[in-house]
Design a protein around this ligand. Structure first.
Ligand code: 5RP
Length: 227
């Protein structure tokens, strides 16, 4: 808990008055939204876009001004969590099922800052099953095609029913064990008709703030895009 909170609060220090900010989803992003809410109460002026209904609800409770994604061309900064990040800052996201909105918001952001506890930093992506958002229509066929890429796959459940995303779709959790070439896998998955988006974020994160239980943080920057 502590490591997530300190990573989140350090990343929030990057927010400047007047910025448009993307709000991530998950238990780490929760702390970032809480901190932004505190700063807004103290006079910080930002406009925010949320990556899930849950984050939007929290932001509204904290009186963070929310704008419609359709009303903007670009965001200054998005702060979001991750399920895994490798040394090149390639990511697996979607553990909370918000990967599509997270990716489209990240793609519209000048800067994507990932916040995570130390358990999320890995040498190779893939121990965490890759979430893939798929349309409900033809889901069985889409899942058969995903399995042909070499994964074991589980349709995500919510009680006795399939989990349904904020966009009305399903999530297939695909275990590849170790992902040697994330970029190629990303493209092969997204070529399958019925796939809405997958949780591999390749070359999107600019920096990451990793929090440790001892209260320290480590900052990682993507080498191809030093800032
Ligand atoms: C949600 C996500 C989250 O950012 C990811 O699952 C990490 O969550 P947490 O901060 O709770 O560990 O991608 O779709």
């Amino acid at each position: 808990m502590k490591s997530k909170q300190i990573a989140a609060e350090r990343a929030v220090e990057l927010i400047k008055d007047g910025m448009t900010v993307g709000l991530g989803t998950g238990s780490t992003a929760y702390w970032a939204i809480q901190k932004i809410g505190e700063l807004v109460k103290g006079g910080l002026s930002v406009q925010a876009v949320a990556t899930s209904d849950k984050s939007e609800q929290l932001a509204r409770q904290l009186e963070i001004p929310i704008i419609a994604f359709t009303d903007i061309d670009e965001l200054d900064l998005t702060i979001d969590g991750a399920d895994e990040l490798d040394p090149d800052l390639n990511l697996i996201k979607g553990g909370g099922g918000a990967l599509f909105r997270e990716k489209i918001v990240a793609s519209a952001s000048r800067e994507l800052v990932i916040i995570a506890d130390e358990s999320k930093a890995v040498e190779h992506l893939g121990a965490f099953p890759l979430p893939v958002e798929i349309a409900r229509f033809g889901a069985e066929m889409t899942m058969r095609r995903l399995r042909k890429l070499g994964c074991t796959l589980r349709l995500r459940g919510a009680g006795d029913m399939p989990f349904v995303t904020d966009n009305g779709n399903y999530i297939a959790d695909c275990s590849f064990a170790s992902i040697e070439d994330p970029g190629t896998l990303h493209d092969r998955i997204n070529r399958i008709v019925g796939v809405v988006e997958n949780g591999l974020f390749i070359g999107m994160a600019n920096q990451a703030v990793i929090g440790y239980e001892n209260g320290t943080v480590k900052l990682l920057k993507r080498s191809s895009n030093q800032i």
